[in-house]
Design a protein around this ligand. Structure first.
Ligand SMILES: CC(C)(COP(=O)(O)OP(=O)(O)OC[C@H]1O[C@@H](n2cnc3c(N)ncnc32)[C@H](O)[C@@H]1OP(=O)(O)O)[C@@H](O)C(=O)NCCC(=O)NCCS
Length: 332
């Protein structure tokens, strides 16, 4: 019997209209376009503006686009997994809220917290549900409204992050396409360098925590940078080795978009030409769990059945890893 794999059968995405350019950031903090572009590769990010709008409001259009493209009713969806660190609320899960908003009343779902590796961890989890044979249609979302937790007076973080959402549909396949292998890692000692200090059970929200700006991202950039370069490059290289592949066999690298210098280091280690690296950091910045599915969304028309693709991420936790997929369809 042929092995059942979890194939990506459709991709959806959403980025908000508002463009937060480097020129605007120059008016908010002591920074400049030249520094931001040369140190990170980012020119602008999208920001979700408007009262009452949250992460689910970006995830919903991404999932509805998938339903339209694949010609399915939300009632057919079995499960929704949402990778996010900016859920609409601490509970219920954003996945549940998305299901309610799109009428996916037959689905169960949950959020997965792995910061910038949120999509990668969710994809492997969703793939396991498909491979188990119990579920036929699993939606995997990566979505973050980072502007909700960015301090726009902190120049070391506000230049990096943006808002956005991407999603894929996983379905069973027996033609060899789908999620083939993953190396996923986490190391909780990394929490010292990238975290949010308050709002959890350790330090519940209070007037003091708000006054001390403890509901924003804290990042010590240099150690994160070093760990990201090593983590993303090492796991991507190891993934190639254990599947007897070289950079020549890979059609695309889909890296988490945190910093162009981290992406370049990963591509170099894999022996990949720059034309094979998906890069949209200049337009969207770091949308945390959104980066990888947003790349797949933007590049969908250039992906061909049979393409071997490596997805790679590094994020808060620390969490990191790389996943090998074989693309399962051509877009007309
Ligand atoms: C944040 C990051 C871009 C900073 O770049 P860096 O090259 O490490 O910069 P440093 O923090 O060493 O700062 C270098 C100098 O630039 C200054 N600087 C920092 N931010 C600046 C900004 N926005 N504009 C202008 N100057 C800035 C610093 O004050 C420092 O000045 P000094 O040398 O006079 O002290 C980089 O560390 C990074 O990308 N880290 C990983 C981020 C990441 O991946 N996070 C998400 C997890 S996936």
């Amino acid at each position: 019997m042929l092995k059942t794999t979890a194939a990506i059968t459709a991709v959806g995405g959403y980025v908000p209209e508002f463009r937060l350019t480097n020129a605007i950031l120059e008016t908010l903090v002591d920074t400049n376009d030249e520094w931001i572009q040369s140190r990170t590769g980012i020119a602008e990010r999208r920001i979700l503006k408007g009262e009452g709008l949250a992460t689910s409001d970006m995830a919903v259009p991404a999932v509805l686009e998938i339903c339209k493209k694949r010609g399915i009713d939300p009632l057919e969806i079995d499960c929704v997994i949402c990778g996010t660190v900016t859920p609409d609320m601490v509970f219920p899960s954003t996945a549940n809220i998305v299901c309610d908003k799109i009428g996916a009343t037959n689905a169960w779902g949950f959020d997965l917290s792995a910061a910038c590796s949120g999509f990668l961890f969710s994809l492997t989890t969703g793939a396991a549900l498909i491979e188990s044979g119990r579920y036929k249609k699993v939606i995997v979302i990566g979505a973050d409204k980072m502007s909700a937790i960015v301090d726009y007076t902190d120049r070391s973080t506000c230049i990096i992050f943006g808002d956005g959402a991407g999603a894929v549909l996983l379905e069973p396949a027996t033609d060899g396409s789908g999620v083939l292998d993953s190396i996923l890692k986490s190391d909780g000692s990394g929490k010292d360098f990238l975290h949010m200090k308050a709002g959890g059970s350790l330090k519940p929200a209070s007037a003091e925590t708000v006054a001390a700006k403890e509901h924003y991202i804290f990042q010590d950039g240099q150690p994160v940078f070093k760990a990201a370069v090593k983590g993303m490059a090492d796991t991507s290289y190891e993934l190639l080795q254990r599947n007897n592949l070289t950079g020549d066999d890979i059609a695309w690298l889909v890296p988490h978009q945190a910093n162009k210098r981290i992406i370049d280091a990963t591509a170099n280690r894999m022996g990949l030409a720059t034309e094979k690296v998906m890069l949209n950091i200049q337009k969207f910045g770091n949308t945390t769990a959104g980066t990888i599915p947003l790349c797949l969304w933007e590049w969908e028309k250039q992906l061909h059945k049979g393409d071997l693709i490596v997805l790679a991420a590094f994020g808060g936790g620390f969490t990191w890893g790389a996943t090998l997929i074989q693309w399962g369809y051509n877009t007309e």
